[in-house]
Design a protein. Structure first.
Length: 273
């Protein structure tokens, strides 16, 4: 049942992204963020198929991810990208909204929802989400700043070469809205701290160290029951949150888990050696 639901989510997510591309952004020659934005700007100037460019740019990232991350995340991401490209070949590239600003707003919403629900089940819609997971597993990397800069370069290039700065501004709006929708559906902050009160301490520690993150063990006492408990604290990236929940549910479904936003970290935050 869970696998069937995941397949349905991947399909719906890919459909929403493809509709956002073909019916809202591409007809107005607007850009989305990340890899798809690069595919779009090249497609606009060369008339090459944007869907195939999107697939081509994602291939090296997916191969890198398969080597560095593991199968489940990448298999979901590969399925999402292939379905998106396939649906882009089927769906017409035509106006739904005549006004570019409406195309930017509703295109951004649809793409954000499609990407967000795919992230919720432990995958991604491809592109820089794969890069994000790889880099944040190894380094405390300012990925958001770098990706925003890259998006900015592509958007400026669109406005400059098209001699139409309205397109650049509408593209910025679409990317901003898409990012906000993803944050709303998934989780806003790149890092979160999980506090886990459990009776299965050793099993959970062994599994959590495979994420791989450091885990701190804290001895606690229930204020009402006066019983001794073990609490585990770990800081993870948003990409690892789904896997963390899956581990806890499998090992100790009765564990009490508090997940909070992490504003900043002082000290090392990287893959364990």
């Amino acid at each position: 049942m869970k696998k069937a639901l995941d397949v349905l989510v991947i399909l719906v997510g890919a459909l929403l992204v493809a509709v956002g591309f073909n019916m809202f952004l591409i007809p107005h020659q607007l850009l989305s963020g990340g890899v798809s934005g690069f595919a779009m700007i090249i497609g606009y100037f060369t008339n090459w198929n944007i869907g195939f460019l999107y697939l081509l740019f994602n291939l090296p990232l997916m191969i890198w991810g398969l080597v560095s991350i593991g199968r489940r995340f990448i298999m979901i991401s590969v399925s999402s990208v292939i379905l998106t490209v396939w649906l882009m070949q089927i769906l017409p590239t035509s106006y739904v909204a005549q006004e570019p600003i409406l195309g930017a707003v509703f295109g951004g919403v649809l793409i954000g929802i499609g990407s967000g629900i795919t992230l919720r089940i432990g995958g991604s819609s491809g592109g820089f989400d794969i890069v994000g997971l790889i880099l944040t597993r190894k380094f405390d990397f300012p990925l958001g700043t770098i990706l925003s800069s890259m998006n900015g370069i592509v958007i400026v290039a669109l406005g400059y070469f098209k001699h139409n700065w309205d397109l650049a501004l509408f593209s910025m709006l679409a990317i901003y809205i898409s990012g906000k929708v993803v944050d709303t559906i998934h989780i806003r902050h790149v890092k979160v701290t999980a506090f886990i009160v459990t009776k299965q301490k050793d099993e959970l520690i062994n599994e959590l160290l495979l994420l791989p993150r450091g885990v701190t063990l804290v001895k606690t006492e229930g204020a009402y029951t006066k019983q001794q408990h073990d609490m585990l604290m770990t800081v993870i990236t948003r990409y690892e949150l789904v896997e963390l929940k899956r581990i806890i549910k499998r090992i100790d479904p009765k564990a009490f888990v508090n997940i909070v936003e992490t504003v900043g970290i002082v000290g090392e935050f990287r893959k364990l050696k």
